[in-house]
Unconditional design. Sequence first.
Length: 314
Amino acid sequence: MSKKIGKAAALTATIAAAALLLSACGGQTTPAEGDGLSGAVAADGSSTVAPLAEAAADQFRDVEPGVNVTVATSGTGGGFKAFCAGETDISDASRPIKDEEAAECEANGIEFTEIVIANDGLAVVVNAENDWIEDITVEQLNKIWAPESEGVVTNWNQVDPSFPDVPLALFGPGTDSGTFDYFTGEINGEEGAIRADYSPSEDDNIIVQGVAGEPGGMGFFGLSYVEENADVIKALEVGGVYPTVETVQDGSYTPLGRPLFIYVSNASYTDKPEVKAFVDYFVANAVSIAEAALFVPLTDEQITVATEELATLG
């Protein structure tokens, strides 16, 4: 799944050794002291990946307080637009870059490297007071969210006759979201295929508020937001499997388990020491950062791959 453009020389043995140590022990690798760097690192993209990037920025600030890392959330698609226009150093993404986005980067001379930085379970959530469903099938999700259900499937009792007479109130990411692309592709069979009569937002917190405010509310977003809002929403099992760190890592939470990405501008990494330092830190500490941000950490195999991807930069 990895895409890399314009590979460069390998990193030093020190960085590789640090990443291998992380793979072996799953701990945090923190430099003893900063290099006194200054400057700015600009990241934009997925609202799902944003808490992860923000956690990395917060931890990195303790190491290099002179570097200002900003994390914007215009959605995965919006992030790639800015990234391919040369406006950012890093693009946070909850899906792989599309061919047309990669072509835009190439046309603008933006060479990049894709790095899987964490895992995520895309959670299907309902109002915390919902007491009639704990487990939902892919077929039921399709019945609720398919384009042909617009204006037709509007009540929970239409999803299953045993469910109560409660209006459906649907909330989800907007079209610039990688979560939107992933969910619609897996549930409705085509990216972008969805009923139009739902409330979209690129801000997952707004989706949480929507679901929490409606007895018949349903939405979908990254697993980390479930744990942070467990008092007002609840996640459903999908096909009998609840989304957890273990079920996402072992692949049993299907089809809504997925990797998360950062895309790094090769030029920014090579020419801007502050970008290189931040990306090196992010990858070397990927496990502890994911845990701090309530994401599913990389597996040992994924850590090895991430280290290899980083080693293509110089």
